[in-house]
Design a protein around this ligand. Structure first.
Ligand code: KIV
Ligand code: ZN
Length: 510
């Protein structure tokens, strides 16, 4: 097998991905995800659009300061104040990239920018030149490139490379291209732009027709050497090309593509799960690579084949994306040292206080559930990480329900030194619990989504509840884990309420 050239993986989960409804993250969550992206060994992390908001600016700055290993990129329009602002945040990075963009399609020029082609070309060139004062790593994107006049696009590319752009990105902004068509476009750029050897060609495909990954692969087959993509394929509308699909296609079909990436594929599953856990949005079960069913074999014929020889129905192993079978790791006699060592090996670095609290919780769980697996530990840690100061603490919960009983919840919640007790009836024990909590806190929420999953198998498994709740127009994610699912539900709801209280106290950054 040929060794193969390397494809640069440019992750835009925190910029294009975060832009889509339901996926917004706070600064702490963005830093957490960026840290995991660095562990995954993406080459470039697009951390945000610094001029867009104070929160975006702070997030890019924090990531530039704290996340090592990857190039940190910030997006800006072809406007000097955008570029200045981006650099203010990016300058702390080990390696920084300014990513500037302008539309080049006539449809955007006419209706959105209300500018002529020459004016836009001039703005693009000036922006790249200006950005080069700060760094020699400048990316230029011709937004809506796919629907742009090809001759004009080629001129823009040549001029921006002359001005100093080191990466030229060709976005299919509206997800319109067909793979063979997109591949030809990239080939044309490679063959007809005279100075193209001075820049890397990048592709950035949206998924409106479900072709984002196919188009990205067509791009690299025709000479693109950077792919812009997101974890779980999140992004504007139908999303962006999914990182895990692009990377695993390159790895699995190396025999055909003769290319490679530097991605540590064993971190893929964990990264996907982290994003779902932060945003409270799970991937669909049949999602390629990271969906719950991606490696499940249901039909008898397939199972028979797999048992005889795995490769009959499996083109890649679950282990290659870091999906390992549950391994018994700890029990109730395990000590603090073994516990903290295991967390470290799983990639969690906790402060002493957090470690103390998670260890206590681990002991409580281990008393009920004799065998503790990695997934249990993950749920315990996620529960701790998602905690904010607990203004309201659950002290007591009793529910009654059944086919001939009116579901009722009696709850005691502590706030400061005061314990308040109340009861409510509802459509089920969880609904009754949430109503009782609303009465006690005086902060009523509207439940938008509710999901529960057993973290491991067995009747004594930890149930992890993730909910999205709307409080006065803003959506908050709450998480709670317990071996009792109604208690996990109550903890998730109080976690969401406590986040609202905390956010209203802490000065807002975005
Ligand atoms: O889709 C797009 O065109 C973009 C650019 C800003 C790169 O996201
Ligand atoms: Zn995009």
């Amino acid at each position: 097998m040929k060794n193969g050239e390397s494809i640069t993986i440019f992750d835009t989960t925190l910029r294009d991905g975060e832009q889509s409804p339901g996926f917004s993250m706070n600064i702490e969550e963005k830093v957490r995800l960026a840290t995991q992206l660095a562990r995954l060994k993406v080459d470039v992390i697009e951390a945000g659009f610094p001029i867009a908001s104070e929160g975006d600016f702070e997030a890019v700055k924090e990531i530039a300061r704290g996340v090592k290993g990857a190039i940190i990129a910030g997006l800006c329009r072809v406007i000097k104040k955008d570029i200045d602002r981006a650099w203010e945040a990016l300058k702390y990075a080990e390696r920084a990239r300014i990513h500037t963009f302008v539309s080049t399609s006539d449809i955007h020029l006419k209706y959105q920018l209300k500018k002529g082609r020459e004016e836009v070309l001039h703005e693009g060139v000036e922006a790249v030149r200006y950005a080069r004062q700060y760094t020699d790593d400048v990316e230029f994107s011709a937004m809506d490139a796919v629907r742009s006049d090809l001759e004009y696009l080629l001129r823009v590319i040549e001029a921006t490379i002359d001005a100093g752009a080191t990466t030229i990105n060709i976005p299919d902004t509206v997800g319109y291209a067909i793979p063979t068509e997109f591949g030809s476009m990239i080939r044309m750029i490679r063959e007809r732009v005279p100075n193209i050897d001075k820049a890397v060609i990048s592709v950035h495909c949206h998924n409106d027709l479900g072709l984002a990954v196919a188009n990205s692969l067509a791009g690299i087959e025709n000479g693109a050497r950077q792919v812009e993509c997101t974890i779980n394929g999140i992004g504007e509308r139908a999303g962006n090309a999914s990182l895990e699909e692009v990377v695993m296609a390159i790895k699995t079909r190396r025999d055909y593509l003769h290319l490679k990436t530097g991605i540590k594929t064993k971190e893929i599953y964990k990264t996907s799960k982290l994003l779902s856990s932060i945003t409270g949005i799970a991937v669909q079960p049949n999602k390629a690579i990271v969906g719950e069913n991606a490696f499940a074999h249901e039909s008898g014929i397939h199972q028979d084949g797999i048992l005889k020889e795995r490769t009959t129905y499996e083109i890649m192993t679950p282990e290659s994306i870091g999906l390992t079978k549950s391994r018994l790791v700890l029990g109730k006699h395990s000590g603090r040292h073994a516990f903290s060592k295991r967390l470290e090996a799983m990639g969690f670095k906790l402060s002493k206080e957090r470690l103390d609290r998670t260890f206590l919780q681990f002991k409580r769980v281990a008393d009920i559930k004799k065998e503790i697996f990695d997934e249990d530990l993950e749920a315990i840690v996620e529960d701790e990480i998602s905690q904010v100061p607990e203004t309201f603490v659950l002290k007591y919960l009793q529910t009654t329900s059944g086919s001939h009983t009116i579901p009722t919840a009696t709850i005691k919640v502590k706030k400061g030194d005061t314990i308040t007790q109340d009861a409510a009836i509802g459509d089920g024990p969880v609904d009754a619990t949430y109503k009782a909590i609303d009465r006690i806190t005086g902060i009523p929420g509207r439940l938008i989504t509710y999901s529960i999953r057993a973290v491991t198998c067995g009747k004594d498994a930890i149930g992890e509840v993730v909910i999205r709740v709307e409080f006065n127009g803003s959506i908050v994610i709450g998480r709670g884990a317990s071996t009792d699912i109604v208690e996990a539900s109550a903890k998730a709801y109080l976690n969401a309420v406590n986040k609202v209280v905390y956010r209203n106290k802490v000065p807002k950054v975005g």
